[in-house]
Design a protein around this ligand. Structure first.
Ligand code: GTP
Ligand code: GTP
Ligand code: MG
Ligand code: MG
Lengths: 273, 292
């Protein structure tokens, strides 16, 4: 019996293609390939289960799943333009309402054409109250009004929709910081959860986006929207590795129920499909 | 950046003046990494570096050009060759009204692009009508209506019609005795693997008979970008590409993949959220950006 303790370059190339086309990015792909080479060299009884070894390595990149312990009072949702924020907020609002929370929405995208109207359609469909102000109002003033109005309305969870913004736009990132300061005046940091919506079709830019938003206001959790596309969303591994950020949900469609809780094992399985 | 990567590789060569096959392999590998980090399609990168390697191995290191300069020159030439020329204009009707159709996946920037195109054409003294066939997304029609007003363009109100094909039919009735130069149709975002929605798009195209179909590509897309573009091209055909959201720090490698494999010209670049933020495509600038 010949035991396999070398791996040929064609197999390495095949691995590289799978990892790169899953948007894992170059650094992690190289790291994983090096570890595969080392593993094959070191182990005398290596079977053909390179993929089992890879799955195990990928698991170690992602943080362990944790249960929600403290009751979130304010959910601040942000991300780059068109990533799926407003639609994801509708999904989250429905989920929390079904769990018995009294949800209030804040239409803090006061910039984009028909952004408030888009959220208003969802608020009517879900029968969830919404706070809005005139076009062009300071988003922090919408947030302020919503926070002040929560108690009077008997609401215990505020979800804030914000305008899409590129992480490279300093003014818009400063605006984000101001929103966080406004919230901090009303609730303790354990009552606020910051959620970034990432488009699953993003490539290497995903890590750069997460880095900057995390640096500016701190990210508690990620949601990957548009996971029903062909994209594999592999960039969440480099985000997890560098910033230790967990993915909580996957958006899998445009409907209000199209939200899937993130499962580390299912996600890794899907990478190799 | 590629410049830094090359500095390391070429430090050996400067002493000897010769590029051994090992040097070439290392330099080619740096290019491969840079292009993958720029989100260029994996297979496109492999073909590209194979072509570059062939050209480089065939070259003599001439006395008056450093190997590094020569190598970088070859990379730049190959890239610009693929990217094509700028100034490929929108297709126009020979007489009468030109119909444009704007397509792409969810959130890529289509509705805003329709507004930007209308703004650009109105500033060229053209008479533009904007139409939304997005009967799905909440407030999509209102969004386009607001942009139309900002662009000083006319807007066709679908008045509650829920069938995109009927909307197109109603528009062609409406424009019959009017003198619009352009009618721009916004469509709902849809995924590359959504067969029923791709079928819907095909049906819209059959009735609309557009002179030009513009595919809006989010420049932040990763390795699925080519699959997306190909799906739209195979289903309805794409005439031109708007490479969008280039005001960020994404390298925009999708431009190289789409141009190389599908041969579609990039006609415009989206550089921001305002109606003025649309520019004619500059291949040189994009080539440098992709290389980092
Ligand atoms: N297929 C699919 N489409 C989605 C998903 N989430 C959002 N979308 C679509 O993506 C498009 C953009 O969604 P929005 O919710 O408007 O995104 P946004 O981040 O709020 O956009 P801006 O506020 O303009 O930055 C819409 O057409 C949504 O229906 C998803 O999980 N799957
Ligand atoms: N930074 C930046 N944002 C852009 C650009 N073009 C559009 N946007 C923004 O991207 C987001 C999505 O734009 P839309 O025009 O609604 O995208 P869409 O393709 O019509 O979305 P769907 O109809 O849901 O598929 C909005 O926040 C726009 O303001 C651009 O060139 N740069
Ligand atoms: Mg939004
Ligand atoms: Mg749209």
């Amino acid at each position: 019996i010949v035991l396999k303790n070398t791996i040929d370059e064609d197999e390495i190339e095949e691995l590289e293609e799978i990892l790169i086309t899953a948007d894992m990015g170059v650094p992690i792909t190289m790291e994983l390939i090096d570890s595969v080479r080392a593993k094959v060299k070191a182990s005398k009884d290596m079977t053909d289960d390179i993929y089992g070894f890879l799955r195990e390595s990928l698991r170690t990149y992602l943080p362990d799943e944790w249960k929600e312990t403290n009751k979130v009072k304010v959910l601040l949702v942000f991300g780059v333009n068109g990533s799926g924020k407003t639609t994801t907020i509708a999904k989250l609002a429905k989920k929390y309402k079904d769990e018995g929370r009294k949800v209030l929405l804040a239409a803090a995208d006061t910039f984009r054409a028909a952004a408030v109207e888009q959220l208003r359609v969802w608020s009517k469909r879900l029968e969830i109250p919404m706070i809005e102000k005139a076009d062009g109002a300071d988003p922090s003033s919408v947030i302020y009004e919503a926070l002040e109005g929560m108690k009077a309305r008997g609401c215990d969870l505020l979800i804030i929709d914000t305008a899409g913004r590129l992480h490279t736009n300093k003014n818009l990132m400063d605006e984000m910081s101001k929103m966080k300061r406004t919230i901090a005046q009303h609730v303790s940091s354990s009552e606020l959860r910051t959620q970034m919506i990432l488009d699953a079709t993003t490539g290497n830019n995903g890590l750069m986006q997460a880095r900057q938003f995390d640096k500016t206001i701190g990210i508690d959790e990620l949601i990957l929207a548009k996971f029903d596309s062909s994209a594999k969303g592999g960039f969440i591994f480099s985000i997890a590795r560098e910033l230790k950020l967990p993915v909580k949900y996957l958006g899998i469609g445009e409907g209000v129920d199209d939200l899937l809780p993130f499962s580390r094992d299912d996600f890794i399985e899907a990478l190799f499909e | 950046s590629l410049g830094d990567k090359f500095n390391n590789v070429f430090r050996y060569i400067r002493g000897t003046g010769k590029m051994s096959e090992k040097n070439i392999d290392e330099a080619v590998r740096s290019v491969k990494m840079a292009l993958l980090e720029a989100d260029v399609d994996y297979k496109v990168v492999k073909d590209f570096v194979a072509d570059v390697k062939k050209r480089v191995i065939g070259q003599e290191v001439t006395k008056n050009i450093l190997p590094e300069q020569q190598f970088v020159k070859i990379i730049h030439e190959e890239l610009t060759e693929i990217m094509g020329k700028s100034n490929i204009d929108l297709t126009c009707a020979n007489i009468g009204t030109t119909y444009l159709m704007v397509v792409g996946i969810q959130g890529s920037g289509k509705t805003t692009a329709c507004g930007k195109l209308a703004f650009l054409l109105q500033s060229q003294k053209k008479k533009v009508l904007l139409v939304s066939t997005d009967i799905r997304r909440p407030a999509a029609i209102t969004q386009l209506k607001i942009l139309a007003k900002k662009a000083n363009a006319s807007f066709f109100d679908p008045e509650g019609e829920k069938d995109p094909c009927k909307i197109v039919k109603n528009v062609s009735e409406y424009v019959r005795h009017k003198d619009y130069d352009y009618v721009i149709f916004d469509t709902a975002g849809r995924l590359e693997l959504d067969e029923p929605l791709m079928k819907e798009l095909t049906q819209i195209k059959i009735i609309l008979k557009p002179h030009e179909i513009l595919f809006v590509a989010d420049s932040m897309m990763g390795q699925s970008a080519l699959k997306v573009a190909r799906s739209f091209d195979e289903n309805i055909g794409v005439d031109g590409v708007i490479l969008n959201k280039l005001d960020g720090d994404t390298r925009g490698g999708v431009a190289l993949s789409v141009k190389k494999v599908l041969g579609k010209p990039i006609k415009f670049m989206g550089l921001g959220e305002k109606l003025v933020d649309l520019e004619v495509f500059h291949p040189e600038r994009l080539a440098s950006r992709i290389l980092g």
